[in-house]
Design a protein around this ligand. Structure first.
Ligand code: AP5
Ligand code: MG
Length: 215
C-alpha cells in the first residue's frame, strides 16, 4: 500500500521515475498531464479547453483538474494506493485532495519532491522525445533511443510535445515557481516530504526515491 505524490518542476524527471516506481510498488500511475494529452488527441471538449493553456505553458484552471483527478482515485485499481504525477499543482488542489482523502479515510504517505535547477530543465525538456504508442520518455543526448526516432520499449514512433518549446518552458518553470513550489512548504508542514536531487543519474534518483518510500 502506497499513496504518494511526485512534486517537481517540468523536466525534473517525474514521468521517468513514475514508470519505475509504479512497476516496483504495483500501483497505478496517475498523470493529469497525460490525461489531458489523451483528451487533446481524442478531440474531447476537455481536451480543447486544456490545450489552450497547456500550449502556452500555463496551468489549466483548478476547476478543470480537481474532479478529474479525484474521480480517477475512486477507480478500483487505486485500492492498493496510487502515484500522482502532476497533481496537485496548486495549494487549492492540495487542499481539495486532502479533503477527498480524509472523506475516504485515507492519507498520503511520503511526498517526493524532485528538484533540478532551471538551466538543466530547459536542456532536458527541449531534448525530450516521447513515444506516441507507450508514452516512454527519451532524451536526444541524455537518454537516447537505440534507434533514432523509435521507442526502445515498444518500437513506437517518438515525437516532441507541443509544450516542449523554449517559450513554453519559460512559462512552465515560472508557473511552477509561483504556484506549485509552495506545495513543498505545504507538505513540509504536514511532515511528509522528502526532497531528492533530480540532477543525479536516473538510477541514483530512483534508488533515493525507494530509500524515501521504503521497500
Ligand atoms: P505535465 O505533463 O505534468 O508536465 P510537466 O510538469 O511540465 O512535467 P514534464 O512532464 O515536462 O516533466 P517530467 O518531470 O515528467 O520529466 P520527464 O521524466 O519527462 O503537465 C503539462 C501541462 O498540463 C501543464 O503545463 C499544465 O498546463 C497541465 N496540467 C497538468 N496537470 C495539471 C494540474 N494538476 N493543474 C493544472 N494544470 C495541469 O523528463 C524530462 C526529460 O529529462 C526527458 O527527456 C528524460 O529522458 C530526461 N531525464 C529524466 N531524468 C533524467 C536524469 N536523471 N538525468 C538525465 N536526464 C533525465
Ligand atoms: Mg511528465
Amino acid at each position: 500500500m502506497l499513496r504518494t505524490v511526485l512534486l517537481g518542476p517540468p523536466g525534473a524527471g517525474k514521468g521517468t521515475q513514475a514508470v519505475k516506481i509504479v512497476e516496483k510498488y504495483n500501483i497505478p500511475h496517475i498523470s493529469t498531464g497525460d490525461i489531458f494529452r489523451e483528451n487533446i488527441k481524442n478531440g474531447t471538449e476537455l481536451g480543447k479547453k486544456a490545450q489552450e493553456y497547456m500550449n502556452k505553458g500555463e496551468l489549466v484552471p483548478d476547476e478543470l483538474v480537481i474532479d478529474l483527478a479525484t474521480d480517477r482515485l475512486l477507480a478500483d485499481d487505486c485500492r492498493n494506493g496510487f502515484l500522482l504525477d502532476g497533481f496537485p499543482r496548486t495549494v487549492y488542489q492540495a487542499e481539495k485532495l486532502d479533503e477527498f482523502l480524509e472523506a475516504h479515510g485515507q492519507k498520503l504517505d511520503t511526498v517526493i519532491d524532485i528538484e533540478v535547477e532551471k538551466e538543466e530543465l530547459v536542456t532536458r525538456i527541449t531534448g525530450r522525445r516521447v513515444c506516441k504508442a507507450c508514452g516512454a520518455s527519451f532524451h536526444v543526448v541524455n537518454i537516447p533511443p537505440k534507434k533514432e526516432g523509435i521507442c526502445d520499449l515498444c518500437g513506437g514512433e517518438l515525437f516532441q510535445r507541443a509544450d516542449d518549446t523554449v517559450d513554453a518552458v519559460e512559462t512552465r518553470v515560472a508557473e511552477y515557481n509561483e504556484k506549485t513550489k509552495p506545495l513543498v512548504d505545504y507538505y513540509t508542514k504536514a511532515g511528509n516530504v522528502v526532497t531528492i536531487d533530480g540532477a543525479l543519474p536516473l538510477d541514483t534518483v530512483f534508488a533515493e526515491i525507494v530509500k524515501a518510500l521504503g521497500e
